[in-house]
Design a protein around this ligand. Structure first.
Ligand code: DAH
Length: 340
């Protein structure tokens, strides 16, 4: 009998009621007229007189424990409102479900990817911690090249050969090293520069790089591709203008302006009266870069371009301070809807 009491005590201890019904089942199993505890009380009548005191005490304890456990669990379910007797008031107003929104930079990045994928560009990515070769040297920017000063680089202190990439142009190098033309790809990603944070500059931002390599790719192909992009992104009436420029990895190089999307070219404070705003750098991939990356520059030519996602987003949505993109204030973030 003692071992039966022991066993039941253990059962009570470990019982976890999953619902009000479950607890009621448990009560019936132990404490009802045919319950196990009640049965033990019946059996108690038959035991030897000298054992009565000890077993009687244990039995009473068992019964109390069982009752306490049942009461405790019933109370818990009643509090949670899980009982049938507590009706849910269906007329109460429902709690509002707040739906999140995409970050404006993600919206614009996705739109850029979508526009280029419609004309056959794939998407590729590369590492953010990059070696000197991929970020600079292969891109025609050896150690002593003055163009390195154009970008304030974060070097990794343990290994001065490694940098936080300053431009997604580094992905071009990986792609050319690892695949054969024709290549038509864009590479979105984060880049880093050691710049003081202000309304117009940040130490981290996002770029999308484009690369097209095949036989007989010409500057006309580049211009047509970028015109298509500008019109898709900023509207059919958008004009483009290419200005000669310099980048170490392209020859010839250009910067592209679009007609100001706000004043339509008439001059306003966004375009500082010019009627044009700059949106990207581009050019024909320098033959030396093709050769550095294992592509025969006598057979193939190509174009490349690189744009800042923050810049495009600021122009598209009239955001005046770059820092807003990184503060994660939901009052700012929830204003943006996909443009497509
Ligand atoms: N990597 C350049 C920058 O960060 C942008 C760029 C210019 C990329 C011209 C290109 C290009 O691919 O052809 O300023």
């Amino acid at each position: 009998m003692k071992s039966k009491i022991e066993e039941l005590l253990n059962e009570i201890e470990t019982f976890v009621g999953e619902s009000k019904e479950h607890v009621e089942e448990f009560r019936i199993k132990l404490l009802s007229k045919k319950g196990k505890v009640t049965e033990l009380f019946d059996e108690f009548k038959t035991i030897a007189p000298e054992m009565r005191k000890e077993v009687g005490q244990a039995l009473n304890q068992l019964k109390n424990k069982a009752q306490d456990k049942v009461n405790e669990l019933k109370e818990k379910f009643e509090e949670q409102g899980g009982g049938n007797d507590q009706q849910v008031d269906l007329t109460l107003p429902a709690e509002a479900v707040t739906v999140g929104s995409r970050h404006p930079l993600s919206l614009v990045r996705n739109q850029i990817v979508d526009i280029f994928s419609r004309i056959g560009f794939t998407v590729s990515e590369g590492p953010e911690i990059e070696d000197d070769w991929h970020n600079f040297t292969a891109l025609n920017t050896p150690a002593d090249h003055p163009a390195r000063d154009m970008q304030d680089t974060f070097y990794i202190s343990e290994n001065p050969d490694m940098v936080l990439r300053t431009q997604t142009s580094s992905v071009q190098v990986h792609i050319m090293e690892n695949s054969k033309p024709p290549i038509r790809t864009i590479s979105p990603g984060r880049v880093y520069r050691n710049e003081a944070i202000s309304a117009r500059a940040h130490c981290q931002f996002h770029q999308v790089e484009g690369l097209y390599i095949d036989k007989n790719v010409s500057f006309a192909d580049l211009k047509q591709t970028l015109m298509y992009f500008a019109k898709e992104m900023f509207g059919e009436e958008t004009q483009i203008r290419l200005r000669p420029s310099f980048f170490p990895f392209t020859e010839i190089s250009a910067e592209m302006d679009i007609s100001c999307p706000f004043c339509k070219g008439n001059g306003c404070n966004i375009c500082k009266g010019a009627g044009w705003v700059e949106i990207l750098g581009c050019g024909m991939v320098d033959p030396a870069v093709l050769d550095n990356c294992g592509i025969d520059s006598k057979q193939y030519s190509g174009f490349a371009f690189g744009m800042g996602v923050e810049r495009i987003t600021m122009l598209k949505y009239q955001v005046k301070d770059l820092r807003l993109f990184f503060e994660n204030d939901v009052r700012f973030l929830k204003q943006f809807k996909p443009a497509l």
